[in-house]
Design a protein around this ligand. Structure first.
Ligand SMILES: C[S@@+](CC[C@H](N)C(=O)[O-])C[C@H]1O[C@@H](n2cnc3c(N)ncnc32)[C@H](O)[C@@H]1O
Ligand SMILES: [Zn+2]
Length: 178
């Protein structure tokens, strides 16, 4: 296991009653990952340098046919969502995967529920994935703010990809999206 960096020693544990200032990184159960608090959003970040190819974790939750804003699609009609968190602290610690933001040039990909680093990820850099490589038709589309040169704009799921974008990410698409 890699050594924890100074960045990780500075992490504050999440509590349910204390408001978290933007910039706070909340501790998760994963030794390399934290949840960064922003003004109105949170997202998963690395807390130490993560080398390309690292298998970070397997997405664990309950399987459902009903997608949500937080679920991840894993089959033609199957999604993983989170259930049973005792409180906000427990949610961040155990279900940190639900804080993964979308990126059009993401830092990870999901292969059979395993989240794998696509490149080196620096401390405090987002642990993101391309939602269009897991979701077919998203219940809650949103305007992407990833800032990447290749940003697709509206993120709606693979069903809505242009032919050009589909060809670009074809190697990342699971069978159920082909
Ligand atoms: C699974 S949640 C990710 C965690 C979320 N940031 C939060 O604070 O709860 C998915 C939601 O995060 C937001 N989101 C994720 N990636 C985004 C991006 N690249 N640009 C804008 N919003 C994004 C969207 O509102 C989306 O519905
Ligand atoms: Zn984008």
């Amino acid at each position: 296991m890699p050594k924890r960096s100074n960045a990780v020693r500075a992490l504050k544990p999440v509590t349910t009653d204390e408001p978290h200032l933007p910039g706070t990184v909340l501790r998760t159960d994963h030794p390399m990952l934290g949840v960064l608090v922003e003004q109105s959003e949170r997202h998963l970040v690395a807390t130490i340098a993560i080398p390309a190819g690292t298998r970070l974790f397997r997405i664990e939750g309950y399987e459902t046919k009903v997608p949500s804003r937080y679920s991840v699609q894993i089959g033609r009609d199957l999604h993983i969502d989170q259930r049973g968190a005792r409180d906000a602290t427990d949610r961040v610690r155990r279900f940190y995967w639900r804080y993964m933001n979308h990126g059009c040039e993401p830092t990870t990909r999901i292969v059979d529920r395993e989240v794998v680093a696509l490149r080196d990820i620096a401390p405090l850099e987002a642990v993101s994935f391309d939602y269009n490589t897991t979701e077919y038709d998203m219940a809650e589309p949103f305007q992407c703010r990833c800032g990447a040169p290749s940003c697709v704009g509206l993120v709606r799921g693979a069903r809505h990809l242009t032919a050009a974008r589909r060809a670009q990410i074809a190697h990342l698409l699971p069978d159920y999206l082909k």
